[in-house]
Ligand binder design. Structure first.
Ligand code: SF4
Length: 466
């Protein structure tokens, strides 16, 4: 059957990156940062890196490379030997050619007039081209294609010896989404953009010192205690004196990416005080109310949709069953940057449990449909296993636009919901029916008004444009 979309174009949304870092007097900071990166691994699997600094005077230590945290740091216990009062870390997801360039691994480390500077970045700068052109006109030579290097150059040129002063001067010139962690080997500085698109939280290390991380699950891994999320536009400075805070960008209305709740963040993380797993379950409950259907079982697409599927099953009074099994020994679909490699990944990754599915009317819950090719494949798998009916339920609204803030959403024309009504989608993906959660219900499930979340790819309202 021609579903109107090619099988080989399979894609899920991709996170931007994960960042972390901390300062403490008597802690194995490089080692702790490595474990925090393990917790943030879901935010990027293409490269990992750590920069650690001994504090005053001496050179910083750096190790980074392509691959998973476990591949870049195979002997994490060795990191206990890295003497450091501070460390910053990064896991990277990137797309296109840029992703395959080892030079773009982070943290990025450069030398400047006051010593060394290392930067880890999650997000995307909308005025990167403009800033790069301006710096190149002034003679700057770039080593990478990353936005992070722009910040490093701007800090180096600003002239203040105090890192936080230099950052406070240059950061207001950045437009877009960013959570930065920066160090000069003496202190660690964390920053969020004025809308707070990407998360960044502050925690206290057990035994003294402070730590910053993209998600709170990293604190649990290293036994740190969550203190608070950084406010939009806030800069936090961690050094020998403890923690200081400065508002460096006038805060706008907070606009945390709603997809962090729906799909990106780990279920054991809390964002703005809301547990991600519980939000997802609530998304599923509301989905069941908005799009009820006569069925025998409910299943979730592993892993990110299981919570929403369990909420759907609870609300609908239907049994939750594991219809799909994921092979955990194959990397996430988007670990491979080419379409062909992605395709091979999905083929190997999921299989239906025939004895569960056979002859049943199945509600299959997924967190999103992007191009529609993954849904097409999943439904084909269920039908091959003997499902009598497959009703696709999506715990987010139709994705109709791209993202300007660092999430790898294809161009609008490649999105299945772009310029199509929801009624056209079942035929395209081969489902008996498809139901999307409304944006209003999604915001209610999160517990925040729509005006405090970014939902640009769902409704075309982008808080800031290039
Ligand atoms: Fe998140 Fe979509 Fe906004 Fe991008 S446009 S930040 S993916 S909600």
């Amino acid at each position: 059957m021609d579903h109107g979309i090619a099988y080989r174009q399979q894609v899920k949304l991709h996170e931007a990156c994960g960042v972390c870092g901390g300062y403490a007097q008597d802690q194995p900071l490089a080692f702790l940062t490595c474990f925090a990166l393990y917790a943030l691994q879901h935010r990027g699997q293409e490269s990992a890196g750590i920069v650690a600094g001994p504090g005053e005077g001496r050179k910083v230590w750096i190790k980074k490379g392509m691959g998973l945290v476990s591949e870049v740091f195979p002997d994490s216990a060795d990191l206990k030997g890295v003497v450091s009062k501070l460390a910053i870390g990064h896991v990277r997801y990137s797309y296109g050619q840029e992703g395959r360039n080892p030079e773009n691994t982070q943290p990025l480390k450069l030398r400047y007039r006051y010593g060394e500077l290392a930067v880890a970045h999650n997000g995307h700068l909308l005025n990167a081209l403009e800033l790069r052109a301006e710096l190149e006109d002034q003679g700057a030579i770039f080593q990478t294609d990353t936005d992070s290097e722009l910040l490093a150059h701007m800090v180096a040129r600003q002239g203040s010896e105090l890192l936080e002063d230099a950052l406070a001067e240059v950061v207001p010139r950045l437009k877009g989404a960013f959570a930065f962690i920066v160090t000069d080997g003496r202190k660690v500085v964390g920053l969020r953009d004025g809308y707070g698109f990407r998360p960044l939280s502050l925690g206290a290390l057990n035994g003294g010192g402070y730590f910053l991380a993209s998600e709170t699950c990293a604190f649990d891994t290293i036994q740190a205690t969550f203190i608070r999320d950084l406010a939009p536009g806030e800069m936090v400075i961690l050094d020998a004196a403890g923690v200081k805070s400065r508002q460096v960008i006038a805060p706008k209305h907070s606009r945390l990416c709603i997809f962090e709740y729906i799909y990106f963040a780990r279920p054991d993380s809390n964002l703005q005080g809301r547990n991600v797993h519980l939000v997802r379950r609530e998304l599923g409950r509301r989905l069941a109310r908005e799009h009820p259907v006569e069925a025998d079982i409910v299943s979730g697409v592993p892993d990110s949709s299981i919570a929403a599927a369990s909420g759907f099953a609870e609300e609908a009074g239907l049994p939750y069953e594991m219809s799909l099994v994921k092979n955990r020994y194959i990397g996430r679909t988007f670990i491979k940057p080419t379409q062909k490699m992605r395709e091979e990944g999905v083929d190997l990754k999921l299989n239906a449990v025939q004895k569960i599915v056979e002859g049943k009317r199945v509600v299959l819950v997924d967190d999103s449909i992007v191009r529609g090719t993954t849904s097409l494949k999943l439904i084909a798998i269920m039908r091959r296993a003997g499902a009598r009916e497959v009703h696709l339920r999506i715990s987010s609204p139709p994705v109709i636009g791209s993202c300007y803030y660092g999430i790898d959403i294809p161009d609008a024309k490649d999105l299945i919901a772009y310029n199509r009504s929801p009624a056209e989608i079942p035929t395209l993906v081969g489902a008996d029916s498809v139901g999307y959660l409304s944006l209003e219900e999604a915001c209610t499930a999160v517990g925040l008004p729509g005006s405090e979340l970014c939902s640009g790819c769902f409704n075309g309202y982008y808080p800031v444009l290039p």
